[in-house]
Design a protein around this ligand. Structure first.
Ligand code: DC
Length: 201
């Protein structure tokens, strides 16, 4: 079976949680494509060139433990504007999307650029304030000293860069279902996503 679920949206909207739940429920493989950009961004923080880092990326690089920090997130968003970085990462994502057995990919351009033929396309969003509040709570739990204001500024800076870049900007595919998690519980958001998948399977 070839079956792709494309889940796009801005940072901390709930894409990751929904993707994992959908993958587990329907027995699909899952790729968090943000990790590819984070792994490249992390390399640039250590002095490597972004394009070379993208060309040499290995699957094991996605397992590095430092990829979830705010610093790496900003570096990821900066390398993600570079066309040669994006094209170096495209084929791996396309192959993953069309692998036998079906796949869920979450990111910014899955339904628009990586897999426009995806059977299910979702655009998961929420207000910047709600997303910053969630990310702030996660960072606090992991012992970070950051403030809500700093997290909100980071979220807005990333939105601005991700939505306004020339290459594969963040935007809903014309045929994507919008899921706004500002007021939806995670259970309701997953149920809305699962209903779409069931309908297409
Ligand atoms: O989903 P995330 O927060 O881990 O993504 C980190 C950055 O990577 C994001 O700000 C923009 C970039 N990205 C992208 O440009 N395209 C994707 N498909 C996934 C992430």
């Amino acid at each position: 079976m070839i079956f792709t679920v494309a889940i796009d949206g801005p940072a901390a909207a709930g894409k990751g949680t929904i993707s994992k739940a959908i993958a587990a429920r329907f027995g699909l493989a899952h790729l968090d494509t943000g990790l590819l950009y984070r792994a490249v961004g992390a390399r640039t923080l250590r002095g490597f060139g972004a394009v070379e880092a993208a060309e040499k990326l290995q699957p094991d690089d996605l397992l590095a433990s430092n990829l979830r920090t705010a610093e790496v997130a900003q570096a990821a968003s900066r390398v993600a504007v570079i066309a040669d970085v994006r094209s170096a990462l495209t084929q791996f994502q396309r192959d993953f999307a069309r692998r036998e057995g079906g796949a869920v990919l979450d990111g910014r351009d899955i339904g628009t650029v990586i897999c426009p033929e995806a059977e299910v396309k979702l655009f998961v969003t929420a207000s910047a304030e709600v997303r910053a509040q969630r990310r702030f709570a996660e960072l606090q739990d992991s012992g970070s000293e950051t403030t809500y204001e700093q997290v909100l500024a980071d979220v807005k800076a990333r939105d601005e860069r991700d939505m306004n870049r020339a290459e594969a900007p963040l935007k809903p595919a014309a045929d994507a279902l919008l899921i706004d998690t500002s007021t939806l519980s995670i259970e309701d958001a997953v149920a809305a996503a699962a209903a779409q998948v069931e309908q297409r399977l």
